[in-house]
Design a protein around this ligand. Structure first.
Ligand code: ADP
Ligand code: MG
Length: 282
């Protein structure tokens, strides 16, 4: 629908799925008389970090949900170019879509949607245990991610014993621990003050891009968007503008494309030693 949707020819060559991690083409989604999406198109490439901006009600969350297979559009198609090749998400059954979400996607929402009765490490480990990882191994990997995100020593705290920023870091660890190549975040810093927001965004971007993942992020905060390699603007249910932070290829895309995570999305340990990318917001 939008001109920028058509990838240049070089992106169509090579491995299936190498052109884009996820592609939305002409999405229409109606809720009763409300048209949430009116022909939205977007292609997200491996290793990219894309901020989706736009006024409240412009369709940002609906687009994210359609990309992630949480919602199904009334018209249009979504493709996911995973390690296993191309999957038409919009053609999958509910069961297959939820299996795809579980194995391939990580989610961070405005409210972390963490389980308050569980500790930080249990919340993160749970994401692995639902996929069949044994508890001991799951908690070991979870603790590694918590430490990587600056939460060493807080593993045994319940969510209510953490600050908002710390709780969001737990949510980020939970999204990344499964090895999911594609991370979706909807206003992940929307409930945080600006200082904490910058801090959490640094953690999210650093941890995502340092491990070669792709990030699609909804935000209304221009400071948050500025830290992503690319920003798209939604107006009335369509992607109206699309801009990269720099005209040259993003530094994110070079070392990381394509995703190196296998189809079964094995649990991952956080990147070791080097701090590279940790606070690399740009
Ligand atoms: N589940 C729903 N039921 C009814 N209307 C909805 C639903 N979800 C979204 N909408 C409507 O669709 C439009 C786009 O919503 P949304 O995607 O949440 O926008 P944004 O995230 O940009 O604020 C809004 O008018 C909203 O009220
Ligand atoms: Mg929204």
């Amino acid at each position: 629908m939008t001109p920028e949707h058509s990838p240049p020819p070089e992106h169509t060559r090579g491995r299936p799925g190498a052109a884009a991690v996820v592609t939305a083409d002409g999405l229409v989604k109606r809720y009763g008389l409300t048209t949430a999406l009116a022909g939205a198109s977007l292609a997200v490439r491996p290793g990219d970090s894309v901020a989706i901006m736009g006024a409240s009600g412009s369709g940002k969350t609906t687009l994210l949900h359609c990309l992630a297979g949480i919602a199904t559009p009334d018209e249009g198609v979504v493709h996911y170019g995973g390690p296993d090749g191309d999957v038409e998400v919009t053609a999958l059954s509910d069961a297959r879509r939820s299996a795809l979400r579980r194995s391939q996607f990580g989610f961070v929402f405005q409210e972390g949607l963490l389980v308050p009765e569980l500790t930080a490490v249990e919340n993160v480990a749970l994401a692995l245990m639902v996929g069949g990882t044994a508890r001991g191994e799951a908690e070991r990997l979870a603790a590694g991610w918590l430490a990587h995100l600056g939460l060493a020593g807080m593993e045994q705290r319940r969510i209510g014993q953490l600050s908002g920023g710390q709780a969001q870091r737990v949510a980020i660890a939970r999204a990344l621990v499964t090895g999911a190549p594609l991370i979706f975040a909807d206003e992940p810093t929307g409930a945080l003050d600006s200082h904490t927001s910058a801090d959490v965004m640094g953690a999210l971007l650093g941890a995502t891009t340092a491990t070669g993942r792709t990030l699609v992020l909804v935000t209304h905060d221009a400071t948050v968007a500025a830290r992503c390699a690319r920003t798209v603007h939604m107006v009335d249910g369509v992607v109206a503008a699309d801009r990269s932070a720099s005209p040259s290829p993003s530094p994110y895309t070079q070392p990381s494309a394509p995703p190196t995570v296998s189809p079964s999305a094995p649990p991952t340990a956080p990147p070791t030693t080097s701090q590279s990318g940790r606070e690399d917001g740009r």
